[in-house]
Design a protein around this ligand. Structure first.
Ligand code: COA
Length: 333
């Protein structure tokens, strides 16, 4: 049995936060943000709109596009660092219930911006072992809930949104997810961390800044480790699978910073049309960023059945991961 990437969906909240608005909130400029990150705007969830609400919308689209009945889903994994509740219940169980699936195995994983790639590797293992047939993998984030809008080093970067994919059993090797690499190094934990808190926790009456609920980041050090780690990781996964970079149809990196993506793309000597870029309009949406980017190329008609995707992510932990994934759904022409 093999695991196939069958379907994709995403959801983006309608409210847009522009660089011009951030200029009023902190000491920054559109020019600085654009030059250093490539970000022009990011989307922000509406009041009361939770991570699970966004995850459900992405999941409904992915299920519909898969052609499967909802009841065929037998496992849900949610990658998020901004869960509805601090400790429990998991966001995945809330998504399951909102989808009307009350008996499936459902759990969250915490691997920050690498979350979707980690979740994909878990889904692949369950499907290949025959334990599950159709796994819904959701990456959903309400990062605005854990962003300090007085800290110009982080608030310019992050946005909200969700993406979802269906990973299904197949007996066709040509459809199989080829390989997934994952790693972590907790020695760098302090580069990017949230000292406390959770987006939907009961601590809303607390001074969230004082309680350490917001993200703190050593941006410049994170940048350097990100470029080094991501480049090594993609070179290794391609070499180990004997696949030249030219065979990649879509390089879909985690959308953190245009300069990081460009450095990794250049190291692989990728052509511009191979590199998927959404950072300009969504900013960094952590665990949601890769499925949101895949959904973008799907909806624009660029993603077709049989296309080979190279996914690549890096995030707090530190964590990293890459994956070689053929698209096995039907594209839109
Ligand atoms: N607007 C204007 N100036 C800013 C600013 C902002 N939003 N944020 C920082 N600065 C200033 C700094 O204070 C510093 O000023 P100084 O030289 O007077 O001390 C200067 O800009 C350079 O800061 P630095 O942190 O070295 O900038 P940078 O080129 O590294 O860019 C990031 C900052 C955050 C954009 C960049 O480091 C980055 O993207 N890092 C990786 C982030 C990331 O990917 N995180 C998630 C991992 S998944």
């Amino acid at each position: 049995m093999y695991a196939a990437f069958r379907s994709i969906g995403a959801y983006v909240p309608s409210r847009i936060l522009t660089n011009a608005e951030l200029e009023v909130m902190v000491d920054t400029s559109d020019e600085w943000i654009t030059k250093r990150t490539g970000i022009k705007e990011r989307h922000i969830a509406a009041e009361g709109e939770t991570t699970s609400d966004m995850g459900v919308k992405a999941a409904e689209l992915a299920i519909e596009r898969s052609g499967l009945s909802k009841d065929a889903i037998d496992m849900i994994i949610c990658a998020t660092i901004s869960p509805d509740y601090f400790c429990m219940p998991s966001t995945a169980t809330i998504i399951a219930t909102k989808l009307g699936l009350n008996k499936v195995m459902a759990f969250d994983i915490s691997a920050a911006c690498t979350g979707f790639v980690y979740a994909l590797s878990i889904a692949k293992a369950f499907v290949e072992s025959g334990m599950k047939k159709n796994v819904l993998v959701v990456g959903a984030e309400r990062l605005s809930a854990i962003t300090d809008y007085t800290d110009r080093g982080t608030c310019i970067l992050f946005g909200d949104g969700a993406g979802a994919a269906i990973i299904s059993q197949t007996d066709k090797q040509s459809e199989a997810i080829i390989d997934i690499h994952t790693g972590s190094d907790g020695a760098y934990a302090d580069l990017l961390m949230t000292p406390n808190g959770g987006s939907g926790s009961v601590h809303d009456e607390l001074d969230r800044e004082a309680a350490g609920c917001f993200m703190k980041m050593k941006g410049n050090e994170t940048f350097k480790v990100a470029v080094r780690t991501l480049t090594n990781d993609v070179v290794e996964i391609l070499e180990q699978n004997n696949i030249p970079a030219s065979a990649i149809t879509h390089f879909v990196p985690h959308q953190a910073n245009y300069r990081i993506i460009k450095a990794v793309g250049d190291a692989l000597q990728l052509a511009e049309e191979q590199v998927v870029l959404t950072v300009e309009k969504y900013g960094n949406t952590s665990g949601a960023s890769i499925p949101m980017a895949i959904n973008d190329i799907y909806e624009s008609g660029r993603l077709q059945e049989g296309d080979l995707m190279l996914l690549d992510a890096f995030g707090g932990g530190l964590t990293w991961g890459s994956a070689l994934v053929p698209f096995s759904g039907k594209g839109i022409r």
